[in-house]
Design a protein around this ligand. Sequence first.
Ligand code: NDP
Length: 448
Amino acid sequence: MSYVDEVLEQVKAKNADQPEFLQAVSEVLDSLRPVIDANEELYRKNAILERITEPDRQIMFRVPWVDDNGQVQVNRGFRVQFNNAIGPYKGGLRLHPSVNLSIIKFLGFEQIFKNSLTTLPIGGGKGGSDFDPKGKSDREIMAFCQSFMTELSKYIGADVDVPAGDIGTGAREIGFMFGQYKRIQGSFEGVLTGKGLTWGGSLARTQATGYGLLYLTNALLKDHNIDIAGKTCAVSGSGNVAIYAIEKAQQLGAKPVTCSDSTGWIYDPEGIDVALLKEVKEVKRARLTEYAAARPSAEYHEKKNGEHGVWQYKVDLALPCATQNELDLEDAKMLVANGVISVTEGANMPTTLDATKYLQENGVLFVGGKAANAGGVATSALEMSQNSERLSWSFEEVDGKLKGIMETIYANISDAAKRYGVEGDYVAGANIAGFEKVVDAMLAQGVC
Ligand code: NDP
């Protein structure tokens, strides 16, 4: 049995109850076969795959807090510190009722390779809680965040582990958590990224994941002599990533015609009105029905099981920016039938494995989230650099660096795929390029 298959069996046996984690490990190890086969003896002797698939540590803790009725609520908190071979652990905090250890481990595992791809010195980690911020008052959010950070603060630090935002964790939550960390540790340090601009945050961090996705998509299309201007796009989600993906797509001359949330989607053939979308989602924190009510050209559709949602329309570019496994095989078939040129992932693992395979086999240019959404964490690392320097860079400086990083990521993944004989397979290219750097560091640092 090959080394990859042997380790996959072990990982499956040890983590049988963690489907998302197993999906991520299978996807990564499968695509790494060319590199691993070429170095099998060295990697086997050093148990590289066994070590890289087992987190350095996984921390789970109780988060008690008091709601507005005086009732004590209890949630579960997580922080998985996966691998710090090339730098301090770095990865977001997800607050969503679906959060469990499997999801946090899948995200933390993927984060190792994504962070390595950014070209910056950051390791991989992820955390969060099954707390649902929806419908909670500001006071309840603060009570939860303070309790969460009271425990988490024991395990993080500017040179140890630097969490950031993710689904459900935005500027408000980062603020409450930073305040509590400062209070407990008595130290003003760059322990979280995604901070406010007056207290150590970086300009362009808010825009970074969505803008970065479009910088990479543009580099991909250019490399294939395709002009992004005039192309229609299907975007899913209407959160941080989706909003700024739509904004940058428009700035580059493309036309996003859809967006969605967990209850439904918008089809707006005139092109999404990004100012209105920001007003509905960032200011009012309302449903997309409000967007449709204010925009005569838009149709709102309630989400129903078995429907293709935003993937049913004839578009050139698909940009999944909502959540994991939101684009399945049937959706992929629909996109291919409608002549889609590229699928570039803003969210983490939004495309199922069989859908990814189908898209690749049918000539669609496909770049997974690990590379395509790395702009967020790259800019977080730029925030860490600014905190260390005690300086703030201008929007243009950060945005310029972000654009350069995303173009370098595209060049590196394309090159890695070519070197291992899988030209055009950007999933393999991303995994290989990210993996090579981490393994070099692991080998240099001995058995740890
Ligand atoms: P937000 O919480 O800002 O937005 C998430 C969006 O996805 C919302 O529109 C939400 O709708 C929708 N959504 C969530 N769950 C579902 C579901 N089950 N079905 C349909 N829609 C759903 O998160 P972000 O935009 O920050 O993150 C989106 C994705 O991008 C995630 O996978 C995240 O891990 C990834 N990512 C984010 C980065 C960042 O910098 N923010 C960096 C890299 C990756 P609703 O409002 O109804 O919940």
